[in-house]
Design a protein. Structure first.
Length: 82
């Protein structure tokens, strides 16, 4: 099973670890550990993942509704897009 890791600048929760801390070394995104992750796309403001079951999860900066949750809130952990 694929494990998702992230590191770098954590502002806005973009790393998916539940906080805004910077990480200097790769760290597992635990929220995604139980999911069957198939694909992932990452950017400097937000990221998304697709599971083999067709579920989409997004996290990071929510400006202009970028995360697809119907609001502009930042998400510091992956959240399913309904």
């Amino acid at each position: 099973q694929l494990q998702v890791v992230s590191w770098g600048r954590g502002k806005g929760g973009v790393l998916g670890h539940g906080d805004a801390r910077d990480e200097s070394e790769p760290r597992v995104v635990r929220t995604l550990s139980a999911l069957n992750v198939f694909q992932i796309a990452c950017g400097d403001a937000h990221s998304m993942t697709l599971t083999r079951g067709g579920l989409v999860y997004t996290w990071g900066r929510g400006q202009m509704g970028a995360l697809g949750h119907g609001n502009r809130d930042d998400q510091s952990v992956p959240r399913r897009v309904d």
